[in-house]
Design a protein around this ligand. Structure first.
Ligand code: SF4
Length: 339
């Protein structure tokens, strides 16, 4: 029987190292949401003993890794999730080979280079081989950069399409060449679409929403989502001449300040009227909402989600009210212009 080359990952990490080692990284978050039965997966994890008051993403990752028979998983114990170490302990006790990776506490190029080297050693490859893989992935990432530009500059890529493509780049769907071909075809078709303009331009910040209809609902209200903060980070579109530089430019792993700086820049560049900050129930990152709100010069709606599935009536009402308020702000600003 052929050896299982799949290796689960719990969040973005230098996947180039895994590929260089002959492995195929699979993002367990994407698999959890994409394979169907997300609510059942959460219940399975609760049945295995995960407390109800644990984030649904953690429970979904656990249940998916077990149900899909992953023999090896990389757990990111620094720079991702306060629950990750405990998740790794449970997986290891279940017999899964758990490899750990930790982003350094500060955005320091030399420190991240050391962690990349340590990961390469753990999985049996070299940094030089991983750098070659990084080079091979650059064409796919360049296409994603164009796709993202087409979203906010031309309005020819929907919020859902933008989100799905960027988030897929967490593991390149398991195959870099096919991914590059698929995204290339999509971008070519999108370039030919007619340009669209929306009155209200929104950004969505925070961890990926567990509710599967957020983008469709917002666009149904006539608003355009022109910025998907973390999927863009997960796709590693910040560039960099090598792995250490690219993973230093990455914001998510280093506290909220680099994220705020990035959001501020994109709010101005993409002319965003309001930001939906999605927070996950029972996630420590919800506290960072305080700092995000203090720093941003535009209205922010904090939207909390808990279990997989569609938006609740209360979430819909809050989003409707928010978009309506932004419409009124735009009317008021237009009135001021003509005074
Ligand atoms: S949403 Fe928060 S608690 Fe849940 S997996 Fe992500 S970082 Fe961890």
């Amino acid at each position: 029987m052929a050896a299982d080359i799949r290796i689960g990952i719990t969040t973005t990490l230098p996947i180039e190292v895994l590929w260089a080692a002959g492995l195929r990284p699979v993002d367990l978050n994407n698999l959890f949401i994409g394979r169907g039965g997300a609510e059942e997966a959460v219940r399975e994890a609760e049945g295995a003993g995960f407390p109800r008051s644990t984030c649904a993403w953690i429970k979904g990752i656990y249940a998916t890794a077990r149900a899909e028979g992953f023999a090896r998983v990389v757990v990111v114990t620094g720079g991702d999730c306060s629950n990750a170490a405990a998740l790794g302990e449970v997986l290891a006790d279940d017999g899964v080979d758990v490899v750990t990776f930790a982003f350094p506490p500060a955005r320091d190029r030399r420190a991240i280079a050391r962690e990349i080297k340590a990961l390469a050693r753990k999985v049996g490859t070299t940094v030089e081989a991983a750098e070659r893989t990084y080079g091979r992935l650059s064409r796919g990432r360049a296409l994603l950069r164009e796709l993202d530009d087409l979203t906010w500059r031309e309005g020819v890529v929907s919020a859902r399409e933008n989100f799905d493509w960027l988030i897929k780049a967490c593991d390149f769907g398991g195959g870099a060449e096919e991914f590059e071909e698929d995204v290339g075809r999509f971008v070519a078709a999108a370039r030919a679409r007619p340009k669209r303009k929306a009155r209200v331009r929104l950004g969505v910040a925070g961890v990926p929403p567990i509710n599967d209809d957020l983008f469709e609902f917002l666009e149904g209200l006539g608003a355009a989502v022109v910025f998907n903060e973390l999927p863009r980070q997960f796709a590693l579109l910040g560039g960099g001449e090598d792995l250490a530089e690219a993973y230093t430019a990455y914001t998510y792993a280093y506290g909220v300040r680099p994220r705020i700086d990035d959001i501020l820049k994109e709010v101005a560049r993409r002319r965003i009227d309001g930001l939906v900050h999605y927070v996950q129930a029972f996630c420590y990152r919800g506290i960072q909402d305080i700092l995000l709100r203090r720093a941003l010069p535009i209205p922010v709606l904090t939207l909390e989600g808990e279990r997989p599935g569609p938006l609740s009536a209360q979430q819909r009402l809050r989003l409707e009210t928010f978009v309506e308020m932004l419409n009124q702000n735009i009317d008021a600003a237009a009135g001021e212009t003509f005074v």
